[in-house]
Design a protein around this ligand. Structure first.
Ligand code: 7PJ
Length: 291
């Protein structure tokens, strides 16, 4: 796909996730399946495993390439959850999703939850702490799961209280480059590593905009970049709407992030995102044909 930025990734790059292998020649969609009672945009709606499964199947039908299950809310101000509680939320859903045709990612920072999830069929670990918890690097390195290493300033409870950087883009790039090196040194293969600037995690709206504009620089680190902008407060600030009413703004955000080099967009609204990415592809891929 001829995008208007130079790609440091090989032209036929793939992301390996457990037994799955996804081509990175088009932006991939990660659909969010929350099993927390308090996530900010759809918390409490999918806590029951049967409902979570139904939601997951809907996201797959709508075009999700990867599903992301999270048992610990990381919204600003959220309280931590115990290992037992997180496992109680995630495992029943994971057991039902394990045999699906799309890879399942588990959003966790706890090595014990990582290990149990991978054993139960998860193909990716999505860690907002970028594997910094003691034992986390080893938990993923001992498996064939992919990992998403995310940048966060501070911790969810306090991260949105006056976050400051000298140079947000340089600091996020330096952190992610360092964590990618640590992951590789621990034995995680390069083609299983994804980087994420962590929109909204210790960032003002201005920091978020700076990071969206800098996606080509993040991509130049040489790893696929995941952008998680869906329904976030940045859009509330821009368009003045509550979380559930930010679908159109989020779709535009996902599209523009993909155009700037995001390899994966993490979204709640899969159908709308899919359509917008198909339009992007038709226009940007000079070899696109209706035949
Ligand atoms: C993100 C995430 C994100 C990654 C959440 C929400 C808040 N994981 N988990 N990146 N956001 N990798 O769902 O909006 O931006 S939780």
């Amino acid at each position: 796909m001829a995008l208007p930025h130079s790609s440091p990734l090989p032209p036929h790059a793939v992301l390996k996730l457990g037994r799955f292998s996804l081509a990175l020649d088009r932006p991939l969609i990660m659909g969010v399946v929350n099993v927390t009672p308090d996530s900010f945009s759809d918390g409490g709606r999918f806590l029951d495993p049967a409902q979570a499964l139904e939601h997951a199947n809907r996201l797959i039908a709508e075009g999700a390439d990867i599903l992301d299950i999270g048992g610990e809310s990381s919204r600003p101000g959220a309280a931590p959850v115990s290992v037992e509680e997180e496992l109680r939320r995630v495992m029943p859903v994971l057991e039902k999703l394990g045999g699906l045709a799309v890879p399942v990612s588990v959003d966790t920072s706890k090595p014990e939850v990582m290990r149990r999830s991978i054993a139960a069929g998860a193909s990716m670990i999505n860690d907002i702490l970028a594997l910094q918890a003691p034992g986390a690097l080893e938990a993923v390195a001992g498996s064939d799961a992919a990992v998403c290493l995310m940048h966060m300033l501070g911790e969810p409870r306090t991260m949105q209280k006056d976050p400051r950087y000298d140079d947000v883009v340089a600091e996020v790039c330096a952190f992610l480059g360092g964590r990618a090196q640590a992951a590789a040194a621990a034995g995680i293969a390069r083609d299983r590593i994804v980087l994420d600037p962590g929109f909204g995690f210790g960032k003002t709206p201005q920091h978020n905009l700076d990071l969206i504009r800098a996606l080509p620089r993040l991509r130049a680190l040489g790893y696929p970049v995941l952008a998680g902008l869906s329904r976030k407060s940045l859009f509330g600030k821009i368009v003045g709407r509550e979380a559930a009413e930010r679908v159109h703004a989020s779709t535009a955000g996902a599209l523009l992030a993909a155009q700037r080099g995001a390899a994966i967009v993490r979204v709640h609204d899969v159908a709308a995102t899919r359509d917008s990415l198909l339009v992007l592809r038709a226009i940007d891929d000079s070899t696109f044909s209706f035949e």
